[in-house]
Design a protein around this ligand. Sequence first.
Ligand code: ADP
Length: 449
Amino acid sequence: MSIRRLLIANRGEIALRIHRAAHEMGIETVAVHSTADAEAMHVRLADHAVCIGPPAARDSYLNVAAIISAAEITQADAIHPGYGFLSENAKFAEIVEAHDITWIGPKPEHIRTMGDKVEAKRTAGALGLPLVPGSDGAVSEIGEARRIAAEIGYPVIIKAASGGGGRGMKVCTGPDEFETLIQQAGSEAKAAFGDATVYIEKYLGNPRHIEFQIFGDGKGKAIHLGERDCSLQRRHQKVLEEAPSPVISNNDRNHMGGIVAKAMADMGYRGAGTIEFLWEDGKFYFIEMNTRLQVEHPVTEAITGVDLVREQIRIADGLPLSVTQDDIEFKGHAIECRINAEDPWNFTPSPGAVTNYHAAGGMHVRVDSGLYAGYKIPPYYDSMIAKLIVYGRTREGCIMRLKRALEEMVIEGPKTSIPLHQALLKEPDFLSGDYTIKWLEEWLANRIG
Ligand code: ADP
């Protein structure tokens, strides 16, 4: 291992997660933080800490010059970007590499390709992944767009090539509203992302969100670590994730996993990645690829026993994958609850002082969080404050243990989404695994309405 000191360009639980993997590998860590995060747990635990700017993310966690300077001052020889912030910024990856610092992430050209949704879809199609039927690339001329929409069949979804985070999408139910919607989509995309490019896809009525974790060594070898089911979403934000998916058979996992691993091997992909699919009536449809670690990665770790962050660091260091496809065994079941500092029913953020904190424990219970009693949750960032990940030999056993663990969690001060998870775990549809990406919002609407 040639990496000796790793700078973590992130905050919160993921900064802690990366710190832990690094220390377990004998690597020193450098925390960077905004003035609002001076008292954060990742700053306390890291070997070195550098303040990189004021609270607003654009001045600190997105401040490339300040982060590179921090790496140079502390003589860090590697940077891990975590998720969000600069993790999918190809330019940042190039700047890191240009400074002779090891970038713990995919090759910049792959980040760039997959960050453009039209390019990503074209690449995925060329690599043999099944696509949602739609336009072959961007659409610009209205007559042609109309013809394509009619050919695909309504409803269709108009998507911005540069969209992300669930934004820049419009569902169109019929030809009458098509022209208005496509024009709106283009001008909104231009305003929000600086790029008016849009494309058209068949709108799937009631799919599940199923994603595959993959790993490549950058030299033509790649493996998959099975799927995660992330269908429980609100406003396209994941709330609870599980692995394996209750609806994917061993055969389907091995088959689709083999296809995605081969695609990544052919591409020469390096590091961790996630291939996202919509799944309906037993068929997979590629929607996008995330070229980074995901929030929900621990459920995959729980059922495979592979430390994904350790693997990322090893690959960035030029080492081979530590496991082969044949070594990967899927054992048991894991569920992650994202715990947010917010009102569990109306989702208003609830930052502020944590007066009391006690994390759940016991066999097969993992809490990834930077919380401690006396910590003040700053109002400037994402509201996720903890992840509770529970493993069981069976899905039923996992759910029983998860209920027990949620009862034990104490977070006093802010409101949290714990009551939402507790209510969810009582729902017959959840217990039977019978839910799609629409389910949670409909359930919430019925509870409130
Ligand atoms: P983003 O990058 O903004 O997350 P995605 O392409 O991953 O965009 O889509 C986000 C979500 O939008 C999906 O998880 C799904 O809920 C919905 N969605 C996207 N494409 C379709 C489609 N063709 N049909 C139905 N729902 C879709």
